[in-house]
Design a protein around this ligand. Structure first.
Ligand code: ADP
Length: 323
């Protein structure tokens, strides 16, 4: 069987580990892996070629994705998807391993439902916002990158007695923000799913910290949808209302890059291999995950269910630990 491998949506450290494992597992089972470049856009353009095991040498430790990635708006159009299915058929590719996030899985689900293309999903997004898995590739690496950066900011924040607002990625999900906040001992965190996600609640908390004698604070802010970034908007408002000596740092794409952590390499490798083994057994529509340490699979259709993945109680813990 020819098995296509593609990465789609935002890149995430660990994607290369998953590609390498899928390719080498395919090889070991007598299948032929094909690399499809630039996600669904590359599929439409026919940008694909056989990917032998040797082509995956020395990628395990690299961030990004050797297959490159893209966003492809046209894929929302059923006629365009039909063309993509024809490209696969013409190349003799019967199954796909799709490494990406929620949107990439939705696209895979349509290819399976409308055109019978067997699809295996591997969660790859630094946001860790997919239902049915405790982990997604890239989250662990991005978290460690953010924590390392904020540790540095902490040194200068406490030396100057300053407030820093540090924006981390996560437009609709506070997962990265909350975990970062706990790991770097932030005084407060703003994130979309929080019951206290308001300017007023933040001001109250900063005032309480000041009364307790804290002269410097770090507030982690999930980027949100604000034009120009949420941390910037909150910072401007705080400066205006309270004349605070504050600084805003936007970590931005620094969080996406870099060598994947050991855990992202290990899960990328396990998922890449498992995806191909299940396709080999004839499974046709699933995505992989990790729940309580165990490798699990969900039906691909689960991605269509309403799916808030809130970071639980961790936001509250940030406030307790900041006392
Ligand atoms: P991610 O996979 O990281 O969530 P996106 O949401 O940008 O990233 O999705 C990646 C790509 O998947 C999109 O550019 C588009 O080509 C395709 N896609 C996303 N959502 C759908 C959908 N509902 N139907 C068909 N294709 C989709």
């Amino acid at each position: 069987m020819k098995i296509g491998v593609l990465t789609s949506g935002g890149d995430a450290p660990g994607m290369n580990a998953a590609i390498r494992a899928a390719v080498r597992q395919a090889d070991s089972l007598g299948h032929e892996a094909w690399g499809i470049y630039r996600g669904y856009q590359g599929l439409l353009d026919g940008d694909m070629e056989p990917l032998p095991s040797r082509a995956c040498a020395n990628i395990l430790q690299r961030g990004g994705t050797m297959l490159r990635t893209a966003r492809c708006k046209a894929f929302h159009d059923p006629d365009v998807r039909a063309k993509a299915a024809e490209k696969l058929k013409a190349a003799g590719i019967e199954a796909l391993v799709v490494i990406g996030g929620d949107g990439s899985f939705r696209a895979a689900e349509t290819l399976l439902r409308e055109h019978g293309v067997a699809c295996a999903g591997i969660p790859g997004t630094i946001d860790n916002d997919l239902p049915g898995t405790d982990r997604t590739l890239g989250f662990d690496t991005a978290l460690n990158t953010a924590v390392e950066a904020i540790d540095r900011i902490r040194d200068t924040a406490s030396s100057h007695g300053r407030l820093f607002l540090v924006e981390v990625m996560g437009r609709a999900s506070g997962m990265l923000a909350v975990h970062t906040a706990i790991a770097c001992g932030a005084e407060a965190v703003l994130y979309p799913e929080s019951p206290d996600d308001s300017y007023e609640a933040l001001v109250t908390q900063l005032e309480e910290n000041w009364k307790r004698g804290k002269r410097s604070s770090i507030v982690v802010v999930a980027e949100g949808d604000a034009v120009g970034g949420r941390a910037m908007a909150v910072g401007e408002r705080l400066k205006r209302d309270h004349e605070l000596d504050l600084r805003v740092v936007v970590l931005g794409h620094v969080q996406r890059g870099g060598s994947p952590s050991a855990l992202d390499r290990i899960w990328g490798s396990r998922w890449g291999s498992e995806a191909v083994r299940r396709l080999d057994r004839g499974e046709r529509g699933f995505y992989l995950g990790e729940v309580a340490g165990a490798l699990v699979a969900q039906p691909l259709s689960r991605i269509l269910e309403p799916q808030p993945v809130p970071p639980g109680d961790l936001g509250r813990l940030v406030a307790v630990l900041a006392r």
